[in-house]
Write a protein that binds this ligand. Sequence first.
Ligand code: ZN
Length: 308
Amino acid sequence: MAHHGIHHVTAIAGPARRNMDFYTRVLGLRLVKKTVNFDDPGTYHFYYGDESGEPGSILTFFPWEHVAPGRAGVGSTQETSFCVPEASIGFWAHRLLEKGVAHQAPEKRFGQSVLAFKDPDGMNLALVGIADAEGAAPWASDVPTDAAIRGLNGVTLLVEDAERTGAILTDVFGFRETSRDGSLIRYSGDAAIGGTVDIRSAKGFLPGRQGGGSVHHVAFRAADDAAQDAMVRRLAEHHGIRTTEQRDRNYFRSVYFREPGGILFEIATDEPGFTADEPRERLGQDLKLPPFLEQRRSEIETVLPALA
Ligand code: ZN
């Protein structure tokens, strides 16, 4: 059965080592893939996720050592959130403090407990307590299993006109509008993780500026090439939007387009997944390169920043 939801979120970070320490040691995510930015192979591309790197669990980063900070604003992603078991919010508030990560007071949004905080680059993150937090197997870190992050919860998008962006979610990506709260509209997909997109209308605010701590794009799931192709046709026929040609990202195949609110969206296939080039038990341990970069491996390894 096809699952409707977010496939991954990709953001921009500062120093690679600091980024890796935060997501693996503080949040307890698995480094699912260590590769390079295929369009800029002198920089890393890190993928964090659950034990097997399920679609919907994946947050990825392009770490640039000397990146300028970004700014949240209209036409950008305001927050990225993860699902945790409802009863673990207290554990996380304590853990973040213990690790020196400031967080806001837990609050209720749409009836759910939310703990908001920032990563070392100022990226807005939140943990959302889910009563029946399913999702695939979480990664076995020093975070107890009954508190571990299950996957992405979703994103909050800030755009001039929520309805126009929402129309893409419902008509193309299989989401439904499920509730409203002031200027915020919630759209839900049927996937257990990565199934929430909140869209806030904000007319007259400053536009966002990409940089450290900014989300670069949000990728939505297509089961396979045929499902992706159907979405591409729907975008053209119903919304007058053209996507890029399909690009092979080794672990999924992608097309990209800018949605009406100005945010870069991607449609990524669930196949082949992160075990395409290394077994599940070794995910993330070695630097993996796509075939077209393999002959440049020693040169690439020399310029990549040290991680230890
Ligand atoms: Zn992507």
